[in-house]
Design a protein around this ligand. Structure first.
Ligand SMILES: *Cc1c(COP(=O)(O)O)cnc(C)c1O
Length: 364
């Protein structure tokens, strides 16, 4: 059997007619930049998340940048986040000259350990930036309360969790700003780079919109130093089609995850989803000893795997200047040495999941 990890081909084939049609419409109208589809998508994203404002942009990375730029993050400001995430979370902080202050993760959810956050708050702290890893949000009530108490804001890095819920509220709409990504392999992916920001704060929304187009308020009138950070009309059009079917995709991912859980729970530590959360299963990640061997074995059986993420950010060369060392975040370090993601997409069949787990169980 040959298993597809994310199956982007199938995601296109399933809605090929509608996607081809809307792409043709955009191309023939030549409204490549800020066309009607961008406006329509932003409205649809607001409806979907419940956030008052959705602002699309060029990528998840740029969403994080735009959020911090709009919040006036300056060199030397401190932003509390997790070292067990994709580089973009901390990279964008550092890019603005601000300082990523890492806090270790919870050993069950792999999200930031909220009990360790307050002791890291200093006079320079401006933002708490939790990451909703693998499709599940952090303890947002606790983080928002801490932020309130210390006059901080919370930016949710929701690049992996669009569509997830926390106490029945959608991810992206759980704090001052939520940032998501439409990178092709994310749960809701476009055909290139794309992202969005979400907020309920009107003045912040207006500033983000301006920042996205070179800080302009009118054409060639620039109030802020911004960036070229718009989402292409073509990508917006594709997302409009895919968003219509997104709930079904999420349901299928949840079904696949449930099958994995059933077949693996007596053999291995399966992902832990809190009762008040639903996950969109950006990844289905388990922990294994001798990961290299397991990956090699599965690859021989036609089963691709991936590691999200093999090296926590405090140990990356680019962050050497922050002065962290091995041992500073033991849980992140341990999990990063054991974590492994199995194929996850809406199209995996019961038979395929059975095959994957059968081959895996041969080894553990
Ligand atoms: C993918 C991802 C990003 C960056 O999104 P891009 O659209 O690839 O720029 C940021 N944070 C996390 C946690 C991600 O998984």
């Amino acid at each position: 059997m040959k298993i597809d990890f994310a199956n982007l081909q199938k995601a296109y084939q399933e809605h090929k007619q509608a996607i081809d049609q809307i792409m043709e419409d955009v191309v023939s109208s030549s409204r490549f930049i800020m066309g009607q589809e961008v406006v329509d998508l932003e409205k649809a994203l607001q409806n979907y998340t419940g956030a008052k404002y959705a602002i699309t942009c060029s990528s998840g990375t740029d969403a994080l940048l735009l959020a911090m730029m709009a919040l006036n993050i300056k060199p030397g400001d401190e932003i509390i986040t997790t070292p067990f995430t994709f580089i973009a979370t901390a990279e964008t902080i550092a890019f603005l000259g601000a300082v990523p202050v890492f806090v270790d993760i919870d050993s069950l959810t792999y999200n930031i350990d909220v009990d360790l956050v307050e002791e890291k708050i200093t006079a320079k702290t401006k933002v708490i930036m939790p990451v909703s890893l693998y499709g599940q949000t952090s303890e947002m009530d606790e983080l928002n309360e801490l932020a309130m108490k210390h006059s901080l804001v919370v930016i949710e890095d929701a690049a992996q969790s669009f569509g997830a819920t926390y106490k029945n509220i959608k991810s992206c709409n759980l704090s001052t700003v939520g940032c998501t990504s439409f990178f092709p392999a994310k749960p809701l992916g476009c055909f290139g780079d794309g992202g969005a920001l979400f907020t309920n704060d009107e003045s912040l929304a207006n500033k983000i919109k301006s920042m996205r187009v070179h800080g302009q308020t009118q054409r060639y009138i620039h109030k802020y130093v911004g960036m070229g950070g718009r989402l292409d009309t073509l990508q917006a059009a594709i997302l409009l089609v895919k968003l219509k079917h997104y709930d079904k995709d999420v349901e299928r991912r949840q079904t696949v995850a449930k099958q994995y859980n059933e077949l693996l729970k007596d053999h291995i530590s399966i992902p832990f989803i809190k009762n008040h959360n639903t996950s969109v299963w950006a990844q289905y990640s388990i922990r294994v000893k001798e990961r290299d061997n397991v990956q090699r074995w599965l690859k021989e059986k036609g089963i691709p795997t991936a590691v999200h993420y093999p090296k926590p950010l405090h140990l990356q060369e680019c962050f050497e200047y922050l002065g962290y060392k091995r041992g500073d975040f033991p849980i992140s370090e341990k999990i990063s040495s054991e974590i492994m993601s199995l194929p996850m997409n809406p199209y995996l069949t019961e038979e395929e999941v059975f095959y994957i787990t059968k081959e895996l169980k041969e080894l553990i």
